[in-house]
Design a protein around this ligand. Structure first.
Ligand SMILES: [Fe+2]
Length: 209
């Protein structure tokens, strides 16, 4: 298969509820030599554009509206002509970062996005954010989870717009049933697999994060 997955790590600041934290983000590029999709245009449009090279960018998919995942999306869209896609439930978060520039299109549960002959299915997985989504690409044995599922457990739910019982429902009902060998490609840090995480659900519920 010609389609491949690349990771670009960019650095910047996550801001919410009056706090600010230095973060490294994973920007995922799915595509082949001629076209690609970007998952989370974080921090640095120049770095992402360099990684794309001359390829046609089909879309900029936002796993959720936190500023560190969308702050470079308008600049990348302007350079490439690609539409920025976001689940509408995260518009309030998006507007905190981009009050004068709306996303170009919506993501919805069950939507299928095709790039380089590969299908990615949108899974609405609220909890970390109300409009958080994951993208499942069975042909690549991969799920892109944004900040919903990490190596070691759920994404953070301690700040505004987040809810722990909701993220647990999303992870249990939408993610842990995927094939155990599915690679989990996260919004920050190292990846994991569904099979490595699934046995720990009860621990996460018991500890409450
Ligand atoms: Fe986040």
């Amino acid at each position: 298969m010609a389609a491949r997955i690349e990771r670009v790590v960019t650095s910047g600041t996550f801001t919410l509820d009056g706090g600010a934290w230095d973060v490294d983000n994973n920007v995922w590029i799915v595509g082949d030599d001629s076209e690609a999709l970007v998952i989370d245009a974080a921090h640095d449009a120049d770095a992402i554009a360099r990684a794309l090279g001359g390829r046609t960018l089909r879309a900029i998919v936002s796993t959720h509206g936190h500023n560190d995942h969308v702050n470079a999306a308008p600049a990348l869209a302007e350079r490439t002509g690609a539409p920025v896609l976001l689940h509408p439930a995260d518009l309030p978060l998006w507007k905190q970062t981009h009050p004068d520039r709306a996303p170009d299109g919506e993501l919805g549960d069950g939507q299928v996005i095709t790039v380089a002959g590969v299908e990615l299915t949108v899974l609405h997985t609220p909890g970390h954010a109300p409009g958080a989504v994951c993208l499942h690409a069975p042909e690549l044995t991969t799920v892109f989870t944004g900040d919903t599922l990490f190596s070691g457990g759920p994404g953070a739910t301690g700040r505004s717009f987040s809810d722990f019982p909701t993220i647990i429902d999303s992870i249990r009902d939408r993610l842990l049933g995927l094939a155990p060998e599915t690679a989990v490609r996260t919004g920050h840090g190292d990846g994991t697999t569904i099979g490595d995480e699934a046995p720990h659900l009860a621990e996460w519920i018991a500890r409450g994060h």
